[in-house]
Design a protein. Structure first.
Length: 400
């Protein structure tokens, strides 16, 4: 198959769930003999930089076209992507693909990708990656976009892809028939986690005493991720529950929320017990997982975080908010714990339980690793995508 994948973010950008899964899917499809092309943008790793790439480049055998955003600051801070150069490229090339895979909903590239696919009669599948609900900021603009463009984009898709039953429910709520929804989760490349680094390297690099237990948060430092709730829960653990032989590690890129988190830590008098590492990639990220005792993700909204699969692959127990797709990913009491969102007392109690019960924590970690092997390897995910693409093409040819 000749497959065009359209996504707003792509490596060498170094973080983001959509970035990771778009890359892994593209790479695996190429390895399986498909002709894969990616249309993406040049949004970089911080507000002041763009990706240092050629407009057309090769990445693991995949041809990637990087289109320049008109304003990089808008692209990074507000996720308003503006790759207008993608329009003439779609006019020239859309007919040359068998199928198009859109990885978004409200962006210019999603809208124009769907428009030209329909215009030139090329089937497309659409994947929202959790963006259907109008959460947090810009709700009015999102409503207007949906009314003018996005719901029509979904309606005209040959299939839509939901990451889990929870997201499938959002598609159904806006009128998408059940038979048009394919549930395909994200996946990770388990080969990355076959030879994990020995314990101790992370602690040594960041001068963490060997006897200190590590509570790890790894992800974007953003209000929606609930990092403020984690800091409050940690203050409860350290000050009220008197569990001082630990350190909270907050690792990840700042999304204009880091200063608020530091101010909160100062006000709670626990700043000296928190390690802010900044973003961690590659081996450094694996070392953080390996040396941690618990992975915590207290998000206020979440669909399918890649970091949770990574923690599972490193055999770590997790504690997550009982929100969104996390309810499908965490088997409560088996691979970790689910806590009520915003309940920092309950979060602190679950952290204390796992820190005090090493055998139970290890047992949960083993079961978490088994779960990711059984259900969330990228090879199994791409196999399901291939079947979906083939079904779409057969139906499309019959209708022609």
């Amino acid at each position: 198959m000749r497959i065009l994948i359209i996504t707003g973010v792509f490596p060498p950008r170094r973080y983001g769930g959509v970035t990771t899964i778009s890359y892994l899917v593209s790479k695996k499809l190429k390895e399986r003999g498909h002709e894969v092309t990616v249309f993406t943008t040049d949004v970089g790793n911080n507000p002041h930089s763009r990706l240092k790439v050629r407009s057309t480049d090769m990445l693991d055998g995949v041809q990637v076209h990087y289109f320049k955003n008109i304003n990089n600051l808008l692209a990074f801070k507000h996720r308003i992507l503006s790759p207008l150069g993608m329009i003439p490229a779609l006019i020239r090339n859309t007919r040359s693909y068998d199928i198009i895979h859109l990885n978004g909903l409200r962006n210019i590239h999603d809208i124009v990708g769907a428009y030209f696919a329909k215009k030139y009669r090329v089937p497309y599948v659409q994947q929202s990656h959790g963006d259907i609900p109008r959460v947090m900021s810009k709700k009015g603009l999102k409503w207007l976009n949906d009314a003018l463009f996005s719901y029509r984009l979904i309606k005209n898709a040959a299939r839509v892809i939901a990451l889990n039953e929870w997201e499938a429910g959002h598609y159904k709520a806006i009128g998408v028939p059940k038979e048009k929804i394919a549930i395909i989760p994200n996946g990770i490349d388990l080969s990355t986690f076959l030879n994990l680094p020995p314990r101790g390297f992370f602690k040594k690099r960041f001068h963490v005493p060997e006897n200190r237990k590590i509570i790890l948060y790894l992800g974007r430092i953003d209000e929606i991720k609930g990092v403020d709730l984690l800091v409050r829960a940690y203050a409860n653990l350290v000050r009220n529950m008197r569990y001082e032989n630990t350190i909270l590690v907050i690792a990840g890129p700042d999304e204009v929320f880091l200063n608020k988190i530091k101010s909160l830590a100062i006000s709670l008098d626990i700043l000296n017990s928190i390690l802010f590492t900044g973003p961690l990639y590659g081996e450094d990220k694996l070392r953080a997982y390996v040396d941690s005792d618990i992975y915590v993700l207290p998000s206020k909204y979440e669909t399918f975080p890649m970091s949770l699969l990574e923690a599972y692959a490193c055999a770590k127990p997790v504690i997550c908010s009982k929100v969104g797709g996390l309810k499908d990913l965490v088997i409560n009491g088996v691979t970790g714990f689910l806590v009520e969102p915003t309940n920092t007392k309950e979060l602190a109690e679950k952290m204390l339980y796992l820190l005090d019960n090493n055998d139970k924590a290890k047992e949960m970690g083993v079961k978490a690793r088994r779960l990711v092997e059984e259900k969330f390897s990228i090879d199994k995910v791409v196999s399901r995508l291939e079947i979906l693409y083939e079904e779409v093409l057969k139906e499309w040819r019959r209708s022609e």
